[in-house]
Every structure is written in C-alpha cells, then in structure tokens.
Design a protein around this ligand. Structure first.
Ligand SMILES: [Zn+2]
Length: 275
C-alpha cells in the first residue's frame, strides 16, 4: 500500500504563481493518443498535459481514462472539502507498465523509492512534485493518494506527516465512497469492538517522518480525519483554525489541543463517531 511511500520528505513545494486551469476547459482539448511527440529513447508511450498534471505513461492513457478524469476532480474535491486553495505548479504523474519497469526507472533516479508501491517526491526549484506508480490492481488508489500529497503541499507551506497521510488515505478512494466506503472504517470498528481501541492524537503528533508511521498509524490518522470532516462542527472548526495557523507561517497549536478546547470527552466523541 501507500504505507511505504516517500511522502515524508520535508522539502516544500514552492507556492506557484500559476493557477490550475479549470478541468472542464482542459478536458475539451484532450485527444487520446495525440500527446506530445515522444523523443527517441523516451520510455513513454503517451504524454498528456492536463490542467496542473503532466502525465507520462508507458501505456496508453486511454486505458486509465477514469483515473485521469478523477484526478481532474480531485483538486476541486480537496479544495471544497478542506476549504483550501491549491496552487500546483506542476505535478508530473509517471505511470509504468510493470513493477519491474518502475523499479528499473527509480533505481537510477530515486533509489530509495525502489520496492515501494507508489511514490510522491515533493517539488523544488527545479520543478514541481512528481508521482510514480505502476500498473496493478490498486493503481488508481495509489495515484489518487500520492496526488493528494502533491495538492496538499501546494496549498499549505508544510503538512505534519500524520495528517498528510490521514488526508491522503481519505482522498485515495473515489469521492462517492469516501465517507462510508474506506476499508479503514471496518478496521476501526473492529478495533473498537474487539480490542478496546482508543484514539491517541498526541502520539500521532509526535511522528516526524514516514518511517515513524506504521500501518495502524495510517488507519488511525484516517479515523481522526474522518472525525474532523464528518464529525461535530466543533471538530471542523478546529481543523479550519489549524490550517489557518499553518498558512500564517506560525508554529501551529497541536490539533489535539484545538480539539480538546472545543470538545469535552474528545476520545469518547471520536469512538462514538467511528464505531
Ligand atoms: Zn502517503
């Protein structure tokens, strides 16, 4: 899963002055198979520029037409849901035909990414963020997950790792299933019922890098994000204030403190929301 991705890199994507074009306008100019001319020796069978995304694919993009469409909607979904404004400079999406081909490509360029299922590398002065994924059953989920990181990092000057992953887990599935259809929902219900699970936001807030996050941390971060977005309005308000503080450049008040100020018996409220 995306658990092993390299999203913890703390290099920030510079806020770009270029705004994304509205997707609907871009869609009308899309012609499958008619992308940029490929340079000789280029591994890409198809290259298309769509809004903030530059797709480079080892197979025809028409094969993943639904995913391409979905990514166009993802920025709007994320902006509306989180009340943030994304400013993606450019997001390069690299799609590989097989794990072997993906590993070969990364081995030369980003060796630490080899053996991971998908990868997001933040942008720097040399260019925007980059997403790498290969063709397999979860390709669409992987690309939505990694692209969520890219969009979030274009909207905020920094994103604490636990909420970065919680939000990427939340947005990785199709919009119609986000509230009720993520597998983490059942996992957390079972954990509450059979293992006496309790939330521990303070512990998540101590995580500083991706290697600090295990599978349960991803699940738990998703659970907190679900509470923030679908729980009481006070939780939503705490998230808004948290993002405002991050955007101001000030050191943010930990979200756990923002929540405790507003919601008595916070842990029980989260359990009641998720069970
Ligand atoms: Zn991630």
């Amino acid at each position: 899963m995306r658990i092993a991705s390299l999203t913890a890199c703390l290099i920030l994507i510079a806020a770009a002055s270029v705004s994304a074009s509205p997707w609907s306008r871009i869609k009308s100019s899309l012609t499958w198979g008619g992308g940029r001319g490929q340079a000789e020796n280029s591994p890409w069978v198809d290259e298309q520029e769509l809004g903030p995304y530059l797709f480079r694919s080892e197979f025809p993009l028409q094969d993943v037409h639904g995913l391409v469409q979905d990514l166009g909607d993802l920025q709007q979904d994320l902006e509306e849901t989180l009340r943030l404004q994304c400013q993606p400079q450019s997001i390069q999406i690299h799609l590989f035909q097989s794990k072997r081909s993906y590993d070969q490509y990364l081995r030369l360029r980003i060796p630490e990414g080899v053996n991971r299922q998908a990868l997001y590398v933040p942008g720097n002065e040399a260019g925007g963020g980059r997403v790498y994924a290969y063709r397999q059953r979860d390709l669409e989920t992987d690309v939505r997950h990694e692209s969520t990181h890219a969009l979030l990092h274009s909207a905020l000057p920094y994103v604490p790792i636990w909420i970065d992953e919680g939000l990427a887990e939340y947005f990785e599935i199709p919009a119609s299933s986000r509230e009720k259809g993520h597998p983490h929902r059942k996992e957390l219900r079972d954990a509450i019922r059979y293992q006496g699970w309790r939330p521990n936001i303070e512990k998540l807030e101590t995580k500083r890098k991706l290697l600090d996050m295990n599978g349960k941390d991803y699940r738990d971060s998703w659970g907190i994000v679900h509470f923030l977005l679908h729980g009481p309005k006070e939780a939503r308000l705490a998230l808004d204030i948290y993002f405002e503080e991050i955007q101001s450049g000030a050191k943010e008040t930990p979200l756990s403190q923002q929540l405790k100020k507003r919601i008595p018996h916070l842990d029980q409220a989260i359990i009641d929301h998720l069970k």
